[in-house]
Design a protein around this ligand. Structure first.
Ligand code: SF4
Ligand code: SF4
Length: 277
């Protein structure tokens, strides 16, 4: 089973939920937690452990000047500004390339070949006997977050139980993360902004045809609007985490409430039971 943990906006505590859920599950069964928030991965902070790094590469064009006739086709084709045909050469801007392969196909001289370029890495560790952590890490300034997410997901592929921690928002990296998931946990806060972003996240899950449920984080008890929205969309509210100084203190020191506060391991196990078939 593949469970994605997502949120329409940042700062809802999505990664906290993912980390606590993974910790709780790993107390009794094997699980792989994949950090798909590749621009700001942070799950390793909850689970410090030595990691093995594997580079992630993507193909980018390399021009053969002996074959190139400077016809300009490749520059006209590239929508990302990664190629510029100037007076006496073709300039390439690999960090702008989205690896679509189109320039290689349109070149009439066969003057373009693809070469691998490192854009990030995947770090794998085993912080607990029954937990494997796979973190996708995009190099600074790179644009191909989905490629690193795909690579991180590939590492976990085939395991019976996988959790994906998505990046915040609803952009391409989130779609890439949610693809192939069996269930999506949407973490939200009961604020007007939280509800607005939850609405967007629900639309994404519905469009992808992924069943979803809601976790309300930092609840001050004023959850009526979120509850009404959930009922309207037939979405279960699977967990409510109250706003509490005790919980905040654990989280502020990088702790896990499922481990450090009594009763929370059971609650996260109930959450897992709620999404399992
Ligand atoms: S592979 Fe695609 S994005 Fe990259 S330079 Fe060629 S046309 Fe542009
Ligand atoms: S399409 Fe091929 S031949 Fe034409 S400018 Fe680009 S690399 Fe040169």
């Amino acid at each position: 089973m593949k469970i994605a943990i997502a949120s329409g906006k940042g700062g809802t505590g999505k990664s906290t939920v993912a980390a606590n859920l993974a910790y709780t599950i790993a107390r009794s069964r094997d699980v792989v937690l994949v950090d798909c928030d590749v621009e700001e991965p942070n799950l390793h902070l909850f689970f410090p452990a030595p990691a093995v790094d594997v580079p992630v590469t993507t193909p980018v064009p390399e021009i053969d000047p002996d074959r190139c006739t400077l016809c300009g086709e490749c520059g006209r084709f590239c929508r990302f500004g990664a190629l510029a045909v100037v007076k006496d050469c073709v300039l390439t801007f690999p960090h702008l390339c989205h690896s679509c392969g189109g320039c290689t196909l349109v070149c009439p001289q066969g003057a373009i070949r693809e070469v691998p370029r490192t854009i990030g890495r995947v770090a794998c560790s085993r912080p607990l006997p029954r937990l494997v952590l796979v973190s996708g890490i995009l190099n600074e300034g790179e644009v191909q977050a989905p490629a690193v997410i795909r690579a991180a997901k590939m590492f976990a592929e085939g395991h019976p139980l996988i959790l994906y921690d998505a990046s915040p928002g609803i952009a391409c990296p989130v779609i890439e993360t949610l693809e192939g998931s069996d269930f999506c946990l949407l973490v939200t806060e009961s604020t007007p902004f939280g509800l607005h972003d939850l609405r967007l996240a629900v639309e994404v899950a519905e469009t992808l045809g992924i069943p979803a449920g809601i976790v309300i984080n930092r609840s001050d008890g004023e959850d009526a609007a979120t509850v009404a929205f959930a009922q309207e969309h037939n979405l279960p509210i699977l967990m409510t985490i109250p706003f509490s100084r005790e919980i905040a203190a654990v989280q502020n020191r990088g702790g896990l409430i499922g481990r450090d506060l009594p009763g929370w391991e059971e609650r996260f196990m109930d959450l897992f039971t709620g999404v399992s078939p």
